[in-house]
Design a protein around this ligand. Structure first.
Ligand SMILES: [Zn+2]
Length: 315
């Protein structure tokens, strides 16, 4: 059986930021939804200082606050949105002004770092990812893209409306394809990894790029690999997806079967791009590579794409 012939199974749940379980109830929102949710005693608020989540560090760290705590921490008026409902009650998100230091044991932490360190339960991390993307969208869409008029939040944050022209605006999501190209020769023993200059030293990852209007996922995978590495791709197989709140992407992970192997990397995007043998990639995953080469951390979809292939044994 070849790598691409295996039965399908859902794999998104293993990706970082994939644990969000809030019931958004977007279809049942009114203009009172936010006020009513906030008034509930069980309401909890995720707070972000710019792009960092405010976390209460303890033996079990927490990242949500009561309305009174949020006020005391400097909740910015008008920034609140209703994310949805957990079994424990309403969940909201709001902004606080950034500070140099926070009262102990609180700390403002980047979401990427929270995910890498697995500091919070998966559901909390998922809600924070939703919070970061939603708050950024509201912050950046104060004016109507159609007429330039000031827009107003509606339904507790599920959309914005422009009173001047009547346009409704919905939170946007930017799909990104991320793909691991595999050379099917010799039982699929090599994969294609690249390095962007901004990566940590020694880190190689799967290639990625934004989808463009009018494309299927498969077409975007073939175009991106062609542009970045100069190879042709045949079969494309979806692996999993990952909410990526930097700022509001959906990573769509695929394995791609290489039809050609001669590389002509795009030097503007990648400082290196090459084929890696399976044995070498296993060492990169395990952190035992002799030259210190590595792949992204386990919370990243790239890691899961690479690991699924590297750990696979031809049956
Ligand atoms: Zn307008």
């Amino acid at each position: 059986m070849s790598f691409f012939a295996r039965p399908y199974r859902e794999t998104s749940a293993q990706n970082g930021f994939a644990g969000g379980r809030l019931d958004r109830q977007a279809e049942h929102r009114s203009e009172e939804s936010l006020t009513q949710a906030l008034a509930a005693g069980e309401a909890r608020i995720h707070l972000l200082a710019e792009d960092r989540a405010l976390v209460r560090l303890a033996s079990s760290p927490e990242a949500s606050y009561t309305a009174a705590e949020a006020e005391a921490l400097g909740l910015i008026a008008g920034s609140l949105v209703l994310l949805g409902f957990s079994p424990a009650g309403p969940r909201l998100a709001g902004l606080v002004a950034p500070r140099e230091t926070w009262p102990e044991p609180m700390k403002a932490i980047e979401l990427r770092s929270l995910a890498v360190q697995a500091l919070l339960p998966a559901e909390e991390l998922g809600a924070l990812a939703q919070a970061r993307s939603m708050l950024a969208w509201h912050r950046n869409h104060a004016f109507c893209a159609r007429c330039g008029g000031a827009t107003h939040m509606r339904g507790g944050g599920v959309r914005r409306q422009c009173p001047a022209c009547g346009a409704e605006h919905f939170p946007r999501l930017d799909p990104v394809v991320i793909m691991l190209a595999i050379d099917p020769a010799d039982g699929g023993g090599r994969c294609l990894l690249g390095r962007q200059p901004r990566f940590a030293p020694g880190v190689y990852s799967a290639l990625a790029g934004f989808m463009e209007p009018g494309e299927t996922i498969e077409a975007a995978v073939r175009r991106e690999i062609g542009e970045e590495a100069g190879i042709e791709v045949g079969r494309v197989r979806y692996h999993s997806s990952q909410p990526w709140p930097f700022v509001s992407s959906l990573m769509i992970g695929c394995h791609a079967e290489a039809l050609t192997t001669e590389l002509t990397p795009d030097a503007a995007e990648l400082e290196d791009c090459r084929w890696f043998a399976r044995a070498e990639v296993r060492k990169m995953l395990a952190g035992t590579h002799a030259e210190g080469l590595a792949v992204p951390p386990q919370m990243a979809i790239a890691n899961r794409l690479i690991a699924e292939w590297a750990e696979w044994e031809a049956g």
